[in-house]
Design a protein around this ligand. Structure first.
Ligand SMILES: *Cc1c(COP(=O)(O)O)cnc(C)c1O
Length: 430
């Protein structure tokens, strides 16, 4: 595989950007390789600077449920740009997208658009603290809620991959207000509440964990969280930055019929442009400025291009699309599992609809501890084998693989044949 152009770009980039990247998960550090620089993308395909073409399973880490650059979206964005790229004043697109989000997720009685999932989660916590006049929050080991200080305690995604459970630069005081519980372990939640009576403002959770690899909620886990928060007067925050519009058009909350107090959204809601949103109960959201005293603002919030992309994508979420995506997810999960069996490699595939993670371990993965038992070295060998065969999986063991409406059964079958060969390499590497 020719990589000279990517290498040349990377050597310029490392002299400029820390690690040559603008987000650590892109760096290929944990798979022992140098990142490929992407030139263009369309449908389910990425093309790098050297002209290598890949079936993409990163899909920008989740937003691109309709694939890369669908022609209708590109047309809508060009038309929107001709009307102006930012107004610094309200526009009808914010109202249109907001109403559509509320129809899909009725728990968001009021919402505020921001520019990233990080912003959504940090703002939701601020509202919860203001509403309860309490300081502490509960989060789960291995769940990721963006890179704001209160969340960089046993966070997933890049923080997990790089083994930096608590980032330097986060003050001891900020970390002390973040209490940890174990995902899928209600007892651990009850213990934290019991030890901190009257002091917990909020519990934040990815209802379907995606940032320690995919870990679905066990039966009773989400209803148990709802009940514990109601009992203790804490705000239940669902971080649906991945699961919103991915698990189902109504998100995990629609699927599992749980009514959170606040919800964080990102990724698909922006259709590939920078957008986030947080929202929920009217009494909570009315604390936000200018109605209430909780300050939160953004120069580019509700940006017309971003709203256009979000609206275009949300208007095209159909039951048949979710059925087709789930069928592809099942096909890919089964194919990866059988490729591993044939090569006598231990693999657990966790799948939820169109997102899945193949964990290189022989034991079921249901929380942070069992996820981190997976063998990253084997994953790295597997990853490199896939790249050489024209498939671009996430460059880390602890991430989800994302399917899109642009992926076909043929793409998935090609991916499975590549996996058969890559699994043999994993087996022979020992
Ligand atoms: C990606 C992600 C975030 C952060 O969103 P950014 O737009 O990267 O700031 C927050 N929560 C979850 C669950 C995510 O997957």
């Amino acid at each position: 595989m020719k990589v000279s152009r990517s290498r040349a770009l990377f050597s310029r980039a490392v002299e400029l950007l820390p690690g040559g990247v603008d987000s650590p998960v892109r760096a290929f550090t944990s798979v022992g390789a140098a990142p490929l620089f992407i030139k263009r993308a369309a449908g389910a395909r990425l093309e790098d600077a050297d002209g290598n073409v890949f079936i993409d399973y990163v899909m920008s880490w989740g937003p691109l449920i309709h694939g890369h650059a669908p022609p209708g979206l590109v047309k809508a964005l060009c038309a929107a740009a001709r009307r102006g790229t930012s107004y610094g004043a309200p526009c009808h697109l914010e109202v249109d997208l907001g109403e559509r989000v509320r129809r899909l997720m009725p728990s968001l009685e009021r919402l505020r658009f921001v520019s990233s999932g990080t912003e959504a989660a940090m703002s939701a916590i601020r509202v919860a603290r203001a509403a309860t006049r309490r300081d502490k929050i509960i989060k789960f080991e291995g769940c990721y809620h963006g890179h704001a200080d209160p969340f960089l305690v046993q966070a997933g995604s890049g923080a997990l991959t790089l083994g930096v459970p608590t980032s330097p630069g986060v003050t001891a005081a900020a970390a002390a207000d973040t209490l940890l519980a174990s995902y899928n372990d209600l007892e651990s939640v009850h213990r934290v509440f019991a030890a901190n009576r009257g002091r917990i403002a909020a519990l934040i959770v990815e209802p379907i964990a995606g940032n320690m690899g995919v870990v679905p909620p066990a039966d009773g886990f989400l209803p148990g969280l709802r009940e514990a928060c109601s009992t203790h007067g804490a705000v239940l925050i669902f971080d649906e930055v991945i699961s919103g519009f991915r698990a189902a058009s109504g998100g995990a909350q629609g699927l599992f019929k749980i009514h959170p107090d606040l919800t964080c959204l990102g990724k698909i809601i922006g259709g590939g442009l920078p957008v986030g949103a947080y929202g929920g109960r009217t009494d909570l959201m009315n604390l936000v400025s200018p109605v209430g005293p909780v300050y939160q603002a953004g120069t580019l919030s509700g940006n017309p291009l971003a709203m256009t992309a979000g609206l275009w994508g949300l208007e095209r979420l159909t039951p048949s699309m979710y059925r087709a995506l789930a069928a592809l997810g099942t096909r890919l999960a089964a194919g990866l599992a059988s490729a591993a069996r044939e090569a006598r490699v231990s693999l657990q595939v966790n799948a939820f609809g169109s997102v899945l993670t193949p964990f290189f371990t022989d034991r079921p993965v249901r929380d942070y501890r069992s996820a981190t038992r997976a063998d990253s070295t084997k994953y790295a060998t597997f990853f490199r084998g896939m790249i050489l065969r024209g498939v671009y999986p996430p460059p880390s063991q602890f991430e989800g693989w994302f399917l899109s409406a642009a992926h076909t059964a043929k793409d998935v079958d090609k991916t499975i044949s590549a996996a058969r060969a890559a699994m043999r390499e994993v087996a022979s590497a020992g």
